[in-house]
Design a protein around this ligand. Sequence first.
Ligand code: NAD
Length: 294
Amino acid sequence: MSRSPHRHDHSFGSADAALQNGEHVQASSVVSGRRSEGLLLEGKTAIVTGAASGIGQAVALRLAAQGATVCPLDFHAERLNATVAQIAAAQHPVIPLVCDVTDATAVGSAVAEVAAQRPVDILINSAGIPNIGRLENTSEEEFDRTFAVNVKGVFHCMRAVIEPMKRNHGGVILNMASIAATAGITDRFAYSMSKGAVLAMTYSVARDYLHDRIRCNAISPARIHTPFVDAFLREHYPGQEEAMFARLEQAQPIGRMGRPDEVAALAVFLCSNDASFITGADIPFDGGFFNLRG
Ligand code: NAD
């Protein structure tokens, strides 16, 4: 399944680093770079976690379409194959990584495998799990599992890419947080805690690696229609899925859920040099949830 990655010499060292730094770049260096082909991420290598499903899958496909060599990472090998097959069918390079983000050693090996062959330019952390419950009915096991995937998973992946990115004189990290990180949402005690931690990690990393030219941002989606949502409705509202789906749609003032490909479009922008001034930001992706209620 794994295609051998193509070696290339691309690095953030020249025009990219200057763009990242907001410096004026001579037209000739841009023209001679891969942007001249019109793809936003041409020549970049991107690791995308949670790429077997939902937002991570849409992001992986869209990054590939924008010229990136994508390394889709997920612990669900069979479902990951579907993402890999779609990218390969479009004739884009792809390096699948079957890996559990809760396992620091496995994450380290997966990232090292990529970093040994090419610069790691982009990391997108989308692997995550939901958890429903309030303080009094959240078990310690649920708390620990939510923390292990949503918090430590992001920690492991960021820690694994930071050295390769420093060596490469720059990079971009993008974390999927949630509106639950900053808004009080019913029955999301452990989940909200985990996404609050994702935001805190995002700000911390953005600050500490500013001078290494590593940008780190978060997207906070409201409800996005993915298998995550369908599984949630099946499990918690059997027989009432349709009514609950409609209710979830109305939670966004815009009157619907977001689509994974819409999140992916924002992710591409944030990972590209067009977003070179954006770091330490949490971008709401919320259909008006925060500002247009009432
Ligand atoms: P999804 O369930 O469709 O996909 C999540 C992917 O993560 C799956 O492919 C799963 O196999 C993978 N994964 C889970 N645990 C893993 C582990 N330990 N190691 C490796 N891979 C693992 O979910 P989604 O809706 O696409 O959500 C993606 C991210 O966006 C999550 O972090 C979620 O919290 C966040 N988010 C989603 C929504 C939404 O409404 N869908 C809203 C806000 C935030």
